[in-house]
Every structure is written in C-alpha cells, then in structure tokens.
Design a protein around this ligand. Structure first.
Ligand code: KG4
Ligand code: ZN
Length: 334
C-alpha cells in the first residue's frame, strides 16, 4: 500500500469523510446530506451549512475510520477540500483537518474540489489513466477538460454564464419542484416528452464554450405563456429542457473528441448523476469509437472519497499543505 488517506469534504451542503487507499480503493465513504436542513429555504443557506458541518464533522470522521477499521496512526495523511466553494463551509473542514493533522503528526493535503470530481473516475474505473477528456458538470462548473496527467489539467471549453447544474436548479424552482432541483427535474422529465425545441447556444460555432442563460430565459418565458393557456404538462417542459442541456453538452464533447483525437472520455460532477446524460454519453462514445467512463452515482455528487482519490496523487509527489492553508471561494485548476 502506498497511501491510506482520511479525506474531508465540506465545500457546500454535504458533510463527508472517507478513507481511501492508493487513490482507488474506497475503504469507507460517509456522507451526511444537509438537504433536509436547507429545503425550507429553497437552497443552501451558507451559515446553516457551516454550523452543521462543525457539529457533524467529528462524528463523520469517527464513523469513516470505524467503517474502514483504521486508526488515526495508520493514516498516511489528512486531506481536505480547501477550494472552491462556500468559504465558511470550506473553513470548517480546513480548520478541522489542520488541527487533526497537527495533533496526529501527519501531513496535510489541500485538494481542489473540481480536481476531486475528476479523480472520482479512478474510484469506479481503477484501470483508467490519463490522458483523457472529461466533461465536468456541477452546480458551479461546466468545463471540458483535457486531463493531461493526474494533477495537470487543460481547459478546452467552459460556460460563459450559468453552470449546467445551476440551470437545472433554476428551472426546477420555476417548475415548483424545490431543492435540490436536478434530481427532481430528472424525475419529472421521465413522465414527459421533449416536444419543445428550445434554442441551443453556439450551435455551429467552432469553440467549445457553453451558455445556459438564454435557455433559462426561453424556458421561463415559455412556461409563463403556457400557464396563461390550458392543458399543458410541466413534465414536457422538464423533458424538453433536460434534452436541450444534454444535447448541448454532448455537442461540444463530440467536437472536443474530433478536435483532439482522444480515445477516452469521462464524466464528472453532480449533473453526471443524470440518467439521460449518462445514457447519451455512453451512446456518443460508442458512435465515435472511444471508451466512456462514468463514475458510480455515489461518486458523482459531492463526497469525500473523490477528495481522497485526488489527494493520493498529491501525496505521491509530496504536495503537502502548511498550517497556514486557507479556504478559498475560488481557485482554478488550470
Ligand atoms: O457536484 P455537485 O454535487 O456540487 C457542486 O460541486 O456544485 O453538483 C450539484 C449539482 C446541483 O446543481 C444539482 O441539481 C445537480 O448537480 N444534480 C443533477 C442531478 N443530480 C444532481 N442535475 C441533473 N440531474 C441529476 N440527476
Ligand atoms: Zn461538487
């Protein structure tokens, strides 16, 4: 065994701890979702998230270690997400990880959340190695990334406005579905048909960027119009919106594969839990004759195992963090 890492993730509304061996083997993966606490507000309340991370984290660490049958002293390092995310929420994890690493005399590893999402693929597909292309779709990010090496990333395309997950959450809200929007919208879309042809941004242009704010406005205006009439189905609106987002994302993935000639494509981030996206992604890979990698659904949305996966590669090269490490709301991996 090269590494046994305790990883902590508190960047948004999941309090998560995991023990990961060699960046691939998940010995435990404890996730406490705060959804119930934020539901009544229709979204994440940063202050509530931070306070509850602080309350829950000690128990989550205990249960992650117990489930993995590992003691503090057997650990190689303590890893923590320090960026990007809600700064107060990140700070709870960072403070805890610093104190813990210091007290048990183990190295501290500061992990970027987006690098973590990408590395989630190694947990489900231990034989996957860079280079490959990765579509990162989360609540705050929509990127097409060239994974040059485990810790080296190149940005090929990104959203110029809203992230895909943000658009899912917004449309779910106007459809009256509540929070979290993505999974609820997917559920509703299953009962509808994608009969409305909403506009696809940048169609026919040869860059790899995205834009979802025009789609959002189109869907909202269309919904208002439908609501003035009679006999329409919200499920059809949800299905049409989802169809649009998925085909927009995959249009650029296809172009990225054709431009670069990569033979491996991977998905990452919360939106990659979406069944239609996964299905179409695999079908696209088949059509292009490339290999598709989709992380297991438990590693798509926020979790700490993915942080442990990324941290392993930092551990191998001795990329350790000092006790002056801070939580950062923004940080690029490029
Ligand atoms: O990666 P993630 O858990 O947190 C961030 O790093 O942002 O992603 C959360 C996003 C939210 O916008 C959520 O609505 C979306 O992922 N999401 C989904 C699905 N599950 C989560 N979007 C579409 N379909 C889903 N099944
Ligand atoms: Zn995330």
């Amino acid at each position: 065994m090269d590494s046994l890492i305790l990883a902590i993730e508190t960047s948004c509304d999941e309090t998560a701890c995991a023990v990961v061996e060699d960046g691939k083997i998940v010995r435990s993966n404890a996730v406490f979702s705060q959804i119930e606490l934020h539901k009544e507000y229709g979204g994440v309340v940063p202050e509530v998230a931070s306070r509850n991370h602080a309350l829950t984290l000690p128990h989550m660490i205990d249960s992650a270690l117990a489930e993995a049958s590992v003691s503090f002293f057997e650990l190689s390092a303590v890893a923590v997400t320090n960026a990007p995310g809600l700064v107060g929420a990140l700070l709870t994890g960072v403070s805890y990880a610093k104190a813990l690493a210091y007290s048990i005399n183990k190295p501290l590893i500061a992990v970027n959340h987006i690098a973590g999402h990408i590395c989630a693929n190694y947990l489900t597909h231990p034989t996957l190695t860079p280079p490959f292309l990765c579509l990162v779709v989360s609540g705050g990010h929509t990127h097409i990334v060239e994974v040059v090496d485990y810790l080296k990333f190149k940005l090929l395309g990104q959203t110029r406005d809203d992230a895909a997950g943000e658009a899912f959450d917004k449309i779910a809200r106007v459809l009256g579905l509540g929070y979290p929007g993505g999974p609820l919208l997917e559920q509703l879309a299953r009962q509808g048909k994608p009969i409305y042809p909403y506009p696809v941004s940048f169609k026919g242009e040869d860059h790899l960027d995205f834009s979802f704010s025009g789609l959002k406005t189109s869907v909202i205006n269309h919904l208002r119009k439908l609501e003035r009439g009679e006999g329409f189905s919200k499920a059809d609106v949800a299905a049409s919106f989802q169809e649009n987002v998925v085909s927009t994302l995959l249009l650029n993935v296809e172009r990225a594969v054709l431009n670069t000639g990569f033979h491996k494509i991977a998905l990452a981030g919360g939106v990659s839990a979406n069944g239609l996206l996964q299905e179409r992604f695999v079908a696209l890979a088949k059509k292009l004759g490339v290999q598709a990698y989709v992380p297991h659904v438990r590693y798509t949305t926020d979790n700490a195992a993915m942080i442990g996966a990324a941290a392993h590669h930092q551990f191998v090269v001795g990329d350790f963090a000092g006790l002056d490490t801070n939580a950062l709301p923004r940080q690029s991996i490029f």
